[in-house]
Ligand binder design. Structure first.
Ligand SMILES: [Zn+2]
Length: 178
């Protein structure tokens, strides 16, 4: 490594987390300003970089994927769940998320469990898992939500119609391939 790069690394290592964050913001801001001055030049530079480093980038991406996959089981440690138990459960679920039925082989599944008993209910995508949490894992509340949707979706006698709010883009797990 270049001596200046080593010095820079040492400087970063001495920073507190707050200082590091501020520093990162500063760099980003500088980059944004430079980019705004001459976007075409930056885009051309980036294209050229990708063109000249195709193999290197491919390899880096491969390593990243492998690392990510290896990490797919890391979260089991905090539940004391074994990889075998996890894979067995996945098998039982036919390798799809238990609620929405989506799949994504590169994504790790959330271990949905009862917070009182610790019983693992199933493996979910993070969206479904978070949603259950937001409904406090309550069957009663979820049933109420279903009833509410049934009662209020369409066929109201005098419906109030508002401007449609733009839907936040949710990446559908269904659209991914296994
Ligand atoms: Zn889901």
């Amino acid at each position: 490594m270049h001596p200046a790069a080593i010095r820079y690394k040492e400087r970063l290592a001495k920073m507190t987390p707050e200082e590091l964050l501020a520093h990162k913001e500063k760099i980003k801001e500088q980059y944004r300003k430079r980019y705004a001055k001459n976007p075409e030049q930056y885009r051309a530079y980036k294209r050229k970089y990708i063109e000249n480093n195709k193999e290197k980038l491919k390899e880096r991406y491969k390593q990243y994927r492998l690392k990510y996959k290896a990490n797919n089981y890391q979260h089991l440690k905090m539940f004391d769940m074994t990889k075998e138990q996890y894979l067995e459960m996945l098998e039982q679920q036919n390798h799809v998320y238990a609620i929405c039925g989506g799949t994504d082989k590169n994504k790790r599944l959330a271990v949905d469990h009862c917070h009182t008993t610790g019983v693992v209910r199933g493996l979910l995508c993070s969206a479904c898992n978070t949603s259950l949490g937001k409904f406090k894992d309550s069957v009663e509340l979820l049933e109420k939500a279903i009833q509410y949707l049934k009662d209020n979706n369409g066929n109201k006698p005098n419906p109030i119609i508002v401007k449609k709010a733009p839907r936040r883009r949710v990446r559908s797990s269904n659209s991914r391939t296994l």
